[in-house]
Design a protein around this ligand. Structure first.
Ligand code: RIB
Length: 309
């Protein structure tokens, strides 16, 4: 890969409170936790950290509260080397937060309180136009309001930038919202909501999706099963991630999306970019917490070497 590339990430910053539980509780059930920890998360910031550790220069666009958590979070991201000029301090809302359950198989369930993330609007995106225009790739998710995400995509596309969207959490209004992107990265649940059928039945990228969303590729991550890649040309790649025993899957999708964006920004083709991202996603499951587990470039490259040799 040539480096360093430049990535702008528009997205959320949350403080995560994670409970280890024997299983995800069902409605009406009270469970005893086996331990609790607090760490930094939020899909936007997780993806920014993933892109940074994968070797890119990264700017984050978002909002934190004027509270103690927001101050601590900014310091942590600064230490990571992430540009924070476009992270506004919002006086009237708390920093975003999330409650996370992780079960004995490393699977999770998450509830997010948007807080200051909800203050990211079209006007703030306009104010951050330069950050978007100097990036090679704009990477976004859906934890910030849809109109802001759509405006950022318009600015990036008008400037000829590559736009990668991870539409998570799934928002029913998304496909019809007019939001356009080049690469859509979804998990199996999101793929089913988008396609209305199992992604395995798909031979190529559906023409209506390609047209309405402006897509050139649809990437479907499936945990330990092969990642599927559909393009307009009908190419259907199935690329297996490395086999790991997951401890905590929180942030694995974010690690994938960040690394995938860096690989694209550095000119890798889709197959190589997905292999790079598969390794980043799998490695991110080996430690508890979203950001603590996100791998650096060296670790990603050694895994790819091991697989190829
Ligand atoms: O993708 C994992 C993230 O989802 C967590 O860090 C949590 O904050 C939610 O945004």
């Amino acid at each position: 890969m040539n480096s360093p590339s430049r990535i702008a990430v528009l997205g959320s910053l949350n403080v995560d409170r994670t409970y280890r539980v024997p299983r995800i509780p069902v409605p009406g059930e009270t469970l005893a936790s086996r331990g609790v920890m607090e760490s930094f998360g939020g899909k936007g910031a997780n993806q920014a950290v993933a892109a940074r550790r994968a070797g890119a220069r990264v700017d984050l666009i978002g909002c934190v509260g004027a509270d103690e958590a927001g101050g601590r979070y900014r310091k942590a991201l600064e230490a990571e080397g992430i540009g924070l000029e476009a992270v506004r301090i919002e006086p009237d809302l708390p920093t975003g937060s999330a409650v996370i359950f992780v079960d004995d198989h490393g699977e999770n369930a998450i509830v997010v309180e948007g807080g200051a993330n909800q203050a990211v609007d079209g006007a703030w995106v306009e104010a951050c136009r330069e950050t978007i225009e100097r990036a090679d790739v704009l990477l976004m998710q859906l934890e910030c309001p849809l109109p802001a995400v759509r405006r950022a995509s318009e600015l990036a596309m008008a400037a000829g930038k590559t736009v990668v969207l991870n539409p998570s959490p799934w928002t029913s209004g998304f496909p019809e919202s007019g939001l356009r992107c080049h690469h859509l990265v979804v998990n199996e649940t999101e793929a089913a909501a988008l396609l209305g059928r199992s992604p395995e039945d798909l031979e190529a990228l559906p023409a209506n999706l390609a047209r309405s969303l402006g897509l050139t590729s649809l990437v479907i991550t499936r945990g330990r099963a092969a990642t599927l890649v559909h393009t307009e040309g009908g190419v259907r790649l199935a690329l297996r991630p490395p086999v790991v025993v997951p401890v905590d899957t929180v942030g694995a999708g974010d690690s994938f999306a960040g690394a995938f964006s860096v690989a694209l920004a550095e000119g890798l083709d889709l197959e190589e970019a997905v292999c790079f991202a598969n390794a980043a996603g799998a490695l991110a499951t080996l430690e508890p917490g979203a950001q603590a587990a996100i791998p650096g470039r060296g670790a990603i490259e050694s895994w790819i070497e091991r697989i190829r040799s």
